[in-house]
Design a protein around this ligand. Structure first.
Ligand SMILES: *Cc1c(COP(=O)(O)O)cnc(C)c1O
Length: 402
């Protein structure tokens, strides 16, 4: 049954319900079609899957463990909180799961270069890592604001051999980085692969990236059953584009498990103060796909904000728009202050410093645990917080443990 949902979504044109598709300029039709066909073939190829499996085990360090956060659960005074430790993936986040696989697709297509945008720098670092591994060139587009905020990741990308291209227009963050990368990709689509950083973009990327991230849910289900003899009552993950969330959710999609996606509420509910796309957005096309997006008064992508650079994106993966619409997922929000509180709580109670993105999921799970003392909650701890520490301690002084 599990299989049937994943196999029948998206449809052959890349639609999840009415969301998804491929809205691309004519010059991109051929290269995108080529990627789509190659992926269809590779996804059934024993050699491809076997190589990916070996990379995951020997290079990435999979499977990542599940950990029962006893202290944090006790602090919340209720439900049992478990963490799927994607922060322990090589490079410190779930993104390597799809980057290694996208690079492997590029290699099979005979491409010589990987290109991508990055927000917090995590996707850039993961892709630069994959490029180094496979001996490919790598070019990363990054907003100037993020370059400043995420300095350590910029240095990491350069050390790994990638070229970092600063994006200086608009808000100088993730959305502009996607625009610039798309533009640069069009004339070199023959030799380069645009390795999209989440379950967004034109078909086949939302499907491809989901499939590559589904290893998280597959492992998690097996591990959780092994540990507890039961399924979790709840799964929780933060949603930027939605790749870590769908990775976890896909493992439980046809099980009686509540699936919660958490969006960043930033500093308020007004346009420009948050990045809670599913919560406040409306239907529209951006970056090659139809989904829910945050629009300004002119119908253009609205400015977005979150303390976590990796989740401030004005649209969302089409599958998440669909799953919410059919009532399969629950979407909630967490603001900056709640995320910072969870960042420090997980650090102080468990000795695990989470990425600010993941801290949104932790904060939401802490609330769930308080409200549902008998339930278990499995969080996708999508990344580690090393990249965020300088920024956090400067803006939000270290609190006393209470
Ligand atoms: C990029 C990133 C995210 C957001 O991306 P999704 O595609 O929504 O998962 C979340 N957590 C971390 C640690 C990230 O680096």
């Amino acid at each position: 049954m599990n299989k049937s949902y994943l196999e029948s979504n998206p449809d052959e044109n890349g639609y999840f319900g009415r969301f998804g598709g491929a809205y691309i300029p004519p010059q991109l039709e051929k290269p995108i079609q080529e990627i789509s066909e190659a992926y269809d073939e590779l996804s059934k190829s024993f050699d491809f899957l076997d190589e990916l499996k070996k990379i995951r085990k020997h290079y990435q360090g999979r499977p990542t463990p599940i950990y029962y956060a006893r202290n944090l659960s006790k602090y919340c005074g209720g439900g049992q909180i478990y963490l799927k430790r994607e922060d322990l993936n090589h490079t410190g986040a779930h993104k390597l799961n799809h980057c290694m696989a996208e690079a492997l697709v590029a290699k099979h297509l005979g491409k010589t270069k990987l290109m991508a945008e990055t927000g917090a720098g995590q996707h850039g670092v993961a892709l630069a890592t994959a490029a180094a591994y496979f001996g490919l060139e790598c070019e990363i587009y990054m907003g100037e604001v993020d370059i400043e905020k995420e300095h350590p990741n910029v240095v990491r990308m350069k050390i790994l051999g990638a070229k970092v291209v600063p994006v200086t227009h608009g808000l100088k963050t993730l959305k502009e980085a996607v625009d610039s990368c798309f533009e640069a990709y069009v004339p070199q689509a023959d030799t380069a692969l645009y390795a999209i950083g989440s379950v967004v973009g034109p078909h086949p990327f939302p499907k491809m990236v989901r499939d590559f991230q589904s290893v998280v849910g597959k492992e998690a289900k097996e591990q959780f059953l092994d540990m507890t003899g039961k399924l979790p009552d709840n799964c929780v993950a933060c949603i930027g584009g939605g790749s870590n969330a769908i990775g976890l959710f896909s493992g439980f999609i046809n099980d009686p498990v509540k699936l919660h996606g958490v969006e960043p509420l930033g500093v308020g509910t007004k346009l420009g103060q948050h990045s809670a796309t599913l919560t406040y957005g409306e239907e529209g096309v951006m970056h090659g796909f139809n989904s829910i997006m945050l629009k300004d008064e002119n119908g253009e992508p609205a400015p977005v904000y979150s303390v976590a650079s990796g989740i401030d994106y004005p649209s969302v993966g089409p599958e998440h728009a669909h799953l919410r619409e059919i009532g399969r997922t629950i979407v909630g929000t967490i603001d900056d202050d709640e995320a910072i509180d969870a960042f420090y709580k997980l650090s102080q109670y468990e000795g695990i410093i989470p990425a600010l993105e993941s801290a949104h999921a932790v904060a939401y799970a802490m609330k769930l645990a308080r409200e549902n003392p008998k339930e278990s909650i499995l969080i996708n701890l999508s990344g580690r917080g090393d990249k965020d520490i300088d920024f956090v301690v400067e803006k939000y002084p270290i609190p006393k443990k209470v």
